[in-house]
Design a protein around this ligand. Structure first.
Ligand SMILES: Cc1ncc(COP(=O)(O)O)c(C=O)c1O
Length: 446
């Protein structure tokens, strides 16, 4: 395949050329229509071709395209911060903008460390983060050490500092061999053991995705999980950082996923749907406690990227969030998400569908070779890639992932259409999904 001078994601994958998008649909160079069943990677929540956002960005670009944030304020960014703060839980009303998810996580790690240094002095022993296995937090050197997705980081391990990790709430394959609810949430309680093992005086923060995205496809927690980890973090003076890069901005049916359990973290990381793909955007939402320490101390977050607080992105964020509010898209995600889940449950008659899960319009399907034993397909079968390509043949784009079992085997995919999706379109997605999965069964078992 000819990519010209471009370094593509893979020289070995055949990629269709996307030339146009409209609503939940993408069109290739031959005019073939595809349903964007995963919003890219949970980005395009407003759908494609939204002229209102495009106009807002254009209007801003012709007025003021850039003014460096170290020397200027600008109205677009101030306004965008107000919009983000208006949907933020609790006192997370302080907004630091970045250009994407990895930058948001890096910013959260740094502001967490700076908080303790300014609060307790430069000798603060709080230097260690705790994260979870089977997680993804970004592709920078810093975020790779934090995250626990082996396929994505294996080759780079000598480069980064490993973060201590606890097991996730993977109930379908409980790492402790237990069953919910008699397990008494051992996975959540293991955070306390890990803090005590390391010494609370060393632990800065616990970082986790409220619903696991790309690494375990839509893995949602038991309702008790986040309240328990919040309590443990508070008890040991450890900050709680929610990575809502995928789950945030209405994806699970509420503005932020932690709202489902009335949990208020110390920092939320957001990106992806924040500007719905119309501009690279991200942010951290920071609690008043942290900001007060910085304000009363050095007075500055020792951090910054050139595009932090850039007006064009800010205009895209403001327009995106206003449309979402006006059109009730968080509520639509909740209602359409229930319909999607009902339809996914009906796909359980297909022999390779092991589990369906998730919240709102962030749903996942785990693919297995044997339903009774939950045995995965051998990694070399590339079952997730086979399913994805069969779904593409039926005009449906889904988001595959692998390696959640022992870092090698295991296949799953996310179904997460734009938040504008209608009931009728959910029906169309499910029909195309069934056809794709049935073809995949023939290919994988044939
Ligand atoms: C949960 C989570 N955190 C962080 C990131 C990194 O975001 P980005 O790719 O914008 O750097 C991602 C990306 O998929 C993600 O899913």
């Amino acid at each position: 395949m000819d990519f010209g001078k471009l370094i593509p994601r893979s020289y070995k994958n055949e990629l269709r050329k996307a030339v146009r998008g409209e609503g939940i649909y993408l069109y290739d160079e031959d005019g073939r229509e595809f349903i964007d069943g995963c919003s890219g990677a949970l980005i395009s929540s407003l759908g494609h071709g939204n002229k209102e956002v495009a106009k807002a960005v254009y209007d801003q670009l012709v007025k003021l395209e850039f003014a460096h944030p170290s020397r200027w304020r600008n109205d677009a960014t101030l306004e965008a911060a107000e919009e983000v703060a208006s949907i933020a839980p609790g006192d997370l009303k302080n907004v630091w903008f970045v250009s994407g998810g990895s930058e948001a996580i890096e910013s959260a790690l740094k502001i967490a460390r700076q908080y303790f240094v300014e609060r307790d002095g430069k000798g603060s022993g709080k230097t260690t983060f705790i994260a979870r296995w089977n997680s993804y937090h970004g592709s920078t050197i810093g975020t790779m050490g934090l995250a626990g997705s082996m396929p994505r980081r294996r080759d780079f391990t000598p480069l980064f500092q490993e973060t201590p990790k606890i097991q996730p709430h993977y109930c379908y394959r409980c790492p402790y061999g237990q069953t919910y609810p008699s397990c008494d949430l051992r996975c959540a309680r293991s955070l306390e053991n890990e803090i005590l093992r390391l010494g609370p005086e060393r632990v800065l923060a616990f970082v986790a995705e409220p619903v696991v995205g790309s690494t375990v496809g839509g893995l949602h927690p038991p309702v008790e999980y986040w309240p328990i980890v919040r309590e443990i973090c508070t008890k040991y003076d450890v900050l709680l950082i929610a990575d809502e890069v995928m789950t945030g901005i209405g994806r699970t049916g509420k503005a932020f996923c932690v709202n489902h359990w009335d949990v208020i973290p110390d920092i939320i990381c957001s990106a992806k749907a924040m500007a719905s793909g119309y501009s690279p955007a991200g942010a951290i939402l920071v609690s008043q406690k942290l900001v007060d320490v910085l304000k009363g101390g050095s007075g500055a977050f020792q951090h910054g990227h050139t595009y932090n607080a850039n007006p064009a992105t800010a205009a895209a964020v403001t327009a995106t969030l206003r449309i979402m509010k006006r059109d009730g898209l968080f509520e639509n995600a909740a209602a359409r998400g229930e319909e999607l889940m009902k339809g996914l449950r009906e796909l359980m008659d297909i022999p390779i569908v092991g589990e369906v899960r998730g919240m709102g319009l962030m749903r996942g399907v785990e693919i297995v070779a044997d339903k009774a034993t939950k045995a995965p397909f051998p990694a070399k079968t590339k079952a997730a890639a086979v399913v994805t390509s069969c779904c593409m043949d039926h005009g449906l784009v889904v988001y595959p992932g692998t390696g959640m079992i022992s870092g090698v085997a295991g296949d799953q995919f996310l179904v997460a259409p734009p938040l504008i999706v209608t009931s009728e379109q959910i029906g169309e997605i499910l029909a195309r999904l069934r056809s794709g999965l049935e073809d995949a069964v023939k290919k994988l078992n044939g």
